[in-house]
Design a protein around this ligand. Structure first.
Ligand code: NAP
Length: 340
């Protein structure tokens, strides 16, 4: 098999394709011949050496794949053989062959392409947890979605619009026209405008009921202030720490120092009628059965045309460095995939 390794912490060029013997599925696992692997911002943080969850480098990253089952471990029903699937992988997804515990594997609905399938697990499960499970977004509420053009942002917009909510998105200006066509009601170029001021103007001073913020640092302070009474701030990443293409502990320290260490104390939350919650899909491996329920609902929503994965661009395995450059250059509107 071929795998893409993070050979050391550094710029995108540290990603290298290497050959290895085909893996054999253990008991309770299936082997998937991969057709597409999802690229996530966490992989970039991992490559930069600032992602604490990543196993020690050198490592094969990758949280999700789609493909066809071609070998079964002991105890797995034979009906799985040959099935088209999508799966969550606990690293190792940047590979053309990967073994996965069966409870992390979903059957692909008829008609779903391999590329759409690989774009679903991380982006849509995260968006579902943020908006439905913990954010409890309701009809006519206003949600502010940061990085609205990213994979999670587009998934979150589709789910929010399905619930009848209004969406304010932040994104680089070049993405605004396309994001409008994808359902974002108001767009803010947070790199030239102050998003707190603009979102307050858009909501006539009221603020918003839900914020999805994986930028972190100072952004969380502004977001907390921007919450309307009963508003909820969902924090789920720290992309502000990824300022360059090589490892910078200084950027990490600046992002961490800018966090609202003192704003969210229990009394302040109580008296302001505000909530703050965190989401990390990569820390829910003990709750896979719950995630499966979310996945089953999302696959039904795919058959209804609500869930519509948007592929920004695909890259061959050998082009993995280009894929990371593309995201870090803020070029993507939607999901970036690697194809073996
Ligand atoms: N906790 C979880 O379970 C979880 C799961 C999935 C994702 N996340 C987090 O959610 C965020 C979005 O993930 P994603 O996969 O949707 O992202 P993505 O598709 O890789 O989107 C990347 C976009 O993020 C924006 N961005 C913001 N800060 C950036 C920076 N420092 N460098 C480059 N681009 C930056 C850029 O768009 P603009 O220039 O338009 O803003 C860029 O195009 C990431 O922080 C990720 O770590 C967390």
């Amino acid at each position: 098999m071929r795998q893409i390794w993070i050979t050391k912490a550094g710029p995108p060029e540290v990603l290298q394709v290497k050959e290895a013997p085909d893996p054999a599925p253990k008991a309770g696992e299936v082997r998937i011949r991969v057709e597409a692997s999802g690229v996530n911002f966490a992989d970039i943080m991992g490559r930069l050496g600032i992602y604490p969850d990543l196993p020690p480098i050198p490592v094969v990253p990758g949280y999700e794949v789609s493909g066809r089952v071609d070998a079964l471990g002991a105890g797995v029903e034979t009906s799985w053989n040959g099935r088209d699937v999508l799966a969550m992988t606990r690293f190792g997804g940047y590979a053309d062959s990967v073994c996965v515990p069966i409870n992390q594997v979903f059957v692909r609905p008829t008609g779903m392409s391999a590329q759409e399938a690989a774009a679903i697990p991380v982006n849509y499960f995260t968006a579902w947890q943020l908006i439905v499970v913990m954010g409890a977004l309701k009809r006519d509420e206003v949600v502010l979605i940061h990085s609205a053009g990213g994979g999670v942002g587009i998934a979150a917009t589709q789910i929010a619009k399905h619930l009848g909510a209004h969406v304010i998105g932040t994104a680089s200006a070049s993405k605004h026209a396309e994001l409008r066509t994808l359902g974002v009601d108001h767009l803010i170029d947070y790199r030239t405008e102050d998003f707190e001021t603009r979102a307050r103007e858009i909501t006539n001073g009221r603020g918003v009921e839900l914020i999805l913020d994986a930028v972190g640092g100072e952004s969380w302070k502004k977001g907390y202030r921007l919450l309307a009474p009963t508003g909820r701030l969902g924090v789920f990443g720290l992309s502000a720490a990824a300022t360059g293409k090589s490892r910078s502990m200084l950027s990490m320290l600046v992002a961490v120092a800018g966090m609202p260490w003192f704003q969210f104390n229990p009394l302040a939350l109580m008296n302001a009628n505000k909530g703050v919650f965190g989401v990390n899909l990569g820390h829910l491996w003990g709750e896979v059965d719950r995630i499966r329920e979310w996945g089953d609902q999302l696959l039904v929503l795919w058959t209804q045309g609500v869930v519509k994965p948007k592929i920004a661009k695909t890259f061959r395995f050998e082009e993995a460095p280009k894929a990371h450059h593309f995201i870090q250059d803020r070029g993507n509107i939607g999901k970036v995939l690697l194809l073996p």
